[in-house]
Design a protein around this ligand. Sequence first.
Ligand SMILES: [Zn+2]
Length: 402
Amino acid sequence: MIHKLYTADIVLPGPAGESVTDGAVLVEGETITAVGPRTEIEKQAAPGTPVENFHGGTILPGIVNSHIHLVFHGGPKPADVLQSESDDSRLVLKMAARANTLLRSGVTTARDLGDRDGLALRVRDAIAADEIPGPRILAATTPLTPPQGHCWFLGGEVSGEHEIRARIQHLASRGADAIKIMASGGESTPGPYAMWDPQFTTEELRAAVDEAHGAGLTVAAHAHSAEGVARVVDAGVDTVEHATWLVAGPDWDPRPEVAQQMAEQGTILCHASSNDWRRLAAVAGEDWARRLGGRVAWFDSFGVTQIAGTDAGITSFGDSPAALARFADYGFTPARAIEIGTVAGATALGLAGTTGALRAGLAADLLIVQGNPLVDLTALTNTLRVVARGHQYTPEQAEPDR
Ligand SMILES: [Zn+2]
């Protein structure tokens, strides 16, 4: 078994507010065995334990990215590129390479919210078996959508409550970790549903939640449409993805009563974007960018729990630390942003007893960066080392964009 002592100027065990100056993390095999001040932890390490000292560095939990798509390539026209890839074996190889990029950027856990034919399960299982490098993956497999609905080409078209329930049973039996349902139209799919159109009735969404929860699975609902957001919250989904409040026009119509309901029910928001309002401004104009990007602060004012997700696949696979750092643009403190990207994500995904913090008994999932992210969040992007279940990785310089 590998023993190793990692030391750094600062250790952030999580949750927000905890910080150890001149700290250390002791790792044995795949597990953290001690965290605390260096002088104390050194005494607990067996004689001869290798030590790696990160001067001027910070050790924090590995990032949890709660919204990715390994089937998409992370470059322009992701839906077109995927539809032109007919060979599943080649596609799985590419997905494995993308998981590797994600890992080396600092992500040690990721939730895949939509693939084709359950291919993310193969990548998930190969990573879990230590056959290929990658973050721990939870996979929703193929998302449910109505005929011709958002991402219909992934193969998840269902019509009516009976088919919804049957499909969820099928996905559960294949080994899905969660259920993804497309509750509104989406950007990458032309067709009958615009982004501001809901795609399922509240009754259908309730049936999906009932069936998934009965099978022990959580439900993540894609919703750009204001009406779609209201319906999925009413139906009791676990996480709302995007929640951009779009209405025809296009315009936007944030509904305070729905945000209030989310806070009361414990419905979680995953912003599911790069969080990059400047990039959004270049596409949609500054006014839209401020409104859409600023919704993370708006939701926060109601006390809605948030987790971090970048929609990697639609966005880049290397962007997770930067997307987390951009929470500062919306007034979040560094400690809160880090908590959203680590502890909160792990808790939301049912992994609080596995990862998301630095504590004896949890998986050795560490992100080691240069600088102090509590002073400047962009330090999160200065990756020195990523440790995933005790395995060490160096950052990747070039990112595949294919
Ligand atoms: Zn997505």
